[in-house]
Write a protein that binds this ligand. Structure first.
Ligand SMILES: Nc1nc2c(ncn2[C@@H]2O[C@H](COP(=O)(O)OP(=O)(O)O)[C@@H](O)[C@H]2O)c(=O)[nH]1
Ligand SMILES: [Mg+2]
Length: 306
């Protein structure tokens, strides 16, 4: 199938073609990557824009369940795509199935598309194709796209770069110590939701809320929510909309460019025959002796640049 045919299928609302197109952009085969690039170019010309909401937080915090709540509310008036970036490898289908059950309420809805993707070794974050999956979903006509990611480290910055609103879920009583370590991640959040609020007394919940408010000098939106009780989801949606209005997603895209450059350089580097040989030769040497690894790396890069 040609890039143009993919585009036609996507614009005609054929879900199976959208799925195939995402598989195409996730492929690492040279031939597929060329076609994927043409398809993305065609899609960008269509110039469709959706609201991108990222829901992040550690495993088990209730991201999928929360997305099910938010999704059911939004589906009354919108077409919603959900891209769940699976932290486990391709081998484990477990959490993908779990996500499908958590999202059981919405998964049979006509206006929803749920796509779990492995995150290809990038610990916990969005994968390098998420941005392109978003473009495909936008072209299809989903006006809201929700991304589920496990919040760990560097990748959070990427997720932040592609979203209009970045929501971080946290558990009540996670303890001050953990929170302090995660402060970096918390900084990126537009909205912090203390989730599973049904599991804790109201007074404790308020303490928790105050703790976060103080941490950010009341400059961040802190909410409490229970996806089991699912009361007042519309208030959370109001906050998301307010944040999205001031979204500076386009300004943040420079981060994506840097990521793409690194990825491109890395691919070219490891494809290089001279480098492949050098690394082969070095593997044994490194085992046998104490080498200055940084120096060796520098030498390899110099060989590559010659
Ligand atoms: N008590 C309570 N449990 C919840 C809530 N939301 C999710 N859970 C449970 O937490 C577990 C993990 O939820 P899941 O959505 O899979 O978390 P994820 O790994 O962050 O996607 C499941 O057993 C859910 O039923 C909530 O608001 N309250
Ligand atoms: Mg999940």
């Amino acid at each position: 199938m040609k890039a143009k045919e993919y585009l036609e299928g996507i614009k005609n609302g054929e879900i199976s073609i959208l799925s195939k197109a995402i598989t195409l952009i996730e492929s690492s085969r040279e031939k597929d990557r060329k076609k994927a690039n043409s398809l993305i170019d065609l899609c960008l010309k269509e110039n469709r824009q959706s609201k991108i909401i990222c829901v992040s937080g550690p495993p088990g915090v209730g991201k999928s369940t929360f997305i099910n709540c938010l999704g059911s509310y939004l589906l009354k008036k919108n077409k919603v795509a959900i891209l769940a970036i699976d932290p486990s490898s391709k081998k484990s289908k477990g959490s993908i199935l779990a996500d499908k059950t958590r999202m059981s309420e919405i998964s049979n809805h006509d206006n929803v598309f749920i796509r779990p993707s492995p995150n290809q070794g990038k610990l916990g974050g969005i994968n390098k194709n998420t941005n392109e999956s978003i473009i495909l979903c936008e072209t299809f006509g989903f006006n809201i796209i929700i991304i589920e990611t496990v919040g760990v480290g560097q990748s959070e910055i990427n997720a932040h770069s592609i979203s209009d609103c970045f929501i971080l879920l946290t558990l009540p009583k996670s303890g001050d110590k953990i929170q302090a370590i995660k402060k970096g991640i918390l900084e990126f959040a537009d909205i912090i939701i203390i989730h599973k609020s049904d599991t804790i007394k109201k007074i404790e919940l308020q303490k928790e809320k105050n703790y976060f408010s103080d941490m950010f000098n009341k400059n961040k939106i802190i909410k409490t929510f229970s996806s089991i009780e699912s009361v007042n989801i519309e208030q959370i949606w109001k906050e998301i909309q307010k944040i999205s209005l001031n979204s500076n997603k386009k300004n943040k895209q420079i981060d994506l460019l840097h990521d793409a450059i690194k990825e491109e350089l890395e691919r070219e580097f490891y494809k290089n025959e001279k480098i492949k040989n050098e690394i082969n030769n070095l593997t044994n040497k490194i085992k046998m002796s104490n080498m200055n690894i940084k120096k060796v790396a520098k030498k390899l890069v110099n060989i590559f640049l010659k």
